[in-house]
Design a protein around this ligand. Structure first.
Ligand code: NI
Length: 208
């Protein structure tokens, strides 16, 4: 135990000293790596399209943990990848079946920070980019299988960091994502499910 504890303490001390030293004049901007962690609600639009030649589809909202990874390659510009645990959505094909699907919605955005590089404690940003959504575990109450094809679509983003110190900030962010998935029921093309969710996330940012 002792043999492990001392080097660990030393390493922690050196790391703490390094962080303290490097945090001097640590502007919010170029060179920052950052991660944002929080609770995200994926809220599909209210009308999710029709399949099977005119049957309404509803996809319910779902909340889960999500996180992002990003890098600021310029004081005012950055890139961010939204990742998450799989979201499971209940869905209804009205009058036909209830079901559910899981999806992972990785979304990559190019971002603009109008106040990047300044001392402002409130740092808003906007972004635009692309989303790739892969569905899995589609289930229905009836015998027929439901399959949703992978979807590529555009995404937009707004967010704000409220800086606490050189590393930590409170964060709120929202994405609009265009997710249109071709559906197959019982192996036959059945139409397109339009999920097009707004994703709202609240949590913390950490940059280094
Ligand atoms: Ni759409």
């Amino acid at each position: 135990m002792r043999k492990v504890a001392l080097p660990t303490l030393l390493a922690a001390g050196i790391a703490a000293a390094a962080i303290t030293t490097s945090s001097q004049a640590f502007a919010y901007g170029e060179g920052d790596f950052f991660t944002r962690v929080g609770v995200a609600k994926v809220d599909p639009k209210s009308d999710n399209g029709e399949i099977l030649g005119g049957v309404d589809v509803n996809v319910d909202s779902e909340t889960n943990f999500a996180f992002t990874l990003g890098y600021r390659f310029h004081d005012k510009m950055g890139v961010e990848l939204l990742a998450a645990l799989p979201f499971k959505h209940d869905l209804q094909v009205e009058g036909v079946t209830d079901g559910s699907t899981k999806h992972l919605p990785p979304t990559l955005t190019l971002q603009y920070y109008p106040l990047g590089g300044t001392d402002a404690r409130v740092q808003p940003y906007i972004g635009a980019g692309i989303n790739y959504t892969r569905f899995s575990d589609e289930k229905t109450d009836i015998g027929a299988s439901l399959e949703l094809d992978d979807s590529w679509g555009a995404a937009g983003q707004v967010g704000v960091d409220l800086l606490i110190d050189d590393n930590w900030a409170l964060n709120a962010a929202a994405w609009y994502i265009d997710i249109d998935a071709d559906a197959k029921v019982g192996g036959a093309d059945a139409g397109t499910v339009e999920i097009d969710p707004v994703v709202v996330m609240a949590g913390i940012s950490y940059r280094f």
